[in-house]
Design a protein around this ligand. Structure first.
Ligand SMILES: Cc1cc2nc3c(=O)[nH]c(=O)nc-3n(C[C@H](O)[C@H](O)[C@H](O)COP(=O)(O)O)c2cc1C
Length: 152
């Protein structure tokens, strides 16, 4: 797992722009708008054809995505809070809505539209997801200060 300094840099999500991606039924990205590309730090070409977990952040509990896929496979809309990993290893938080794209009544793709979330919500969700990973995956995020002296 990456533990570099870059992981602690947050990218702000704009309030006035839609952040959109679409995938095929297996979660391979078929479309991203410019705003999605910009926020994730990739060029659209680097994202299209890749699995959407290219932006998966290690702080996200596995069960969140299990619930997401169960919901959308039942052709319902899923919404939830997501911390995503940028290409430069920084992160950004969004509230995502994921649902089906239909052609002649048939489910052909999935689409996701995202919005920024408040600072309070980010803090709450970071705590919630840390707790969920601890309980469900025995996985703990440790951020600590230490002296600079070399270990002997
Ligand atoms: C339309 C759509 C959008 C998605 N958006 C994201 C996203 O922004 N970030 C993310 O980590 N996973 C997203 N996912 C879920 C991923 O497909 C994947 O399940 C998740 O990253 C966990 O990776 P894993 O299934 O390989 O464990 C999206 C799925 C769909 C169908």
């Amino acid at each position: 797992m990456d533990t570099s300094f870059d992981m602690f840099i947050e990218t702000a999500v704009p309030h006035n722009e839609l952040i959109i991606s679409r995938t095929d039924l297996k979660g391979i990205i078929t479309y991203v708008n410019e705003t999605f590309a910009e926020i994730s730090g990739y060029k659209p070409d680097e994202l299209i054809g890749k699995p959407h977990n290219i932006v998966r952040h290690p702080d996200m509990p596995k069960s969140v995505y299990a619930d997401l896929w169960k919901t959308i496979k039942e052709e319902k809309t899923w919404s939830g809070y997501v911390k995503n990993l940028r290409k430069d290893k920084g992160y950004y938080w969004v509230e995502a809505q994921i649902s089906g794209v239909y052609k002649d009544g048939e489910l052909i793709e999935y689409k996701s539209i995202r919005e920024p979330i408040s600072r309070e919500k980010k803090i709450q969700m970071q705590r919630t997801y840390d707790q969920m990973r601890k309980e469900q995956e025995n996985n703990c995020r440790i951020v600590s200060y230490t002296t600079c002296e070399k270990e002997v």
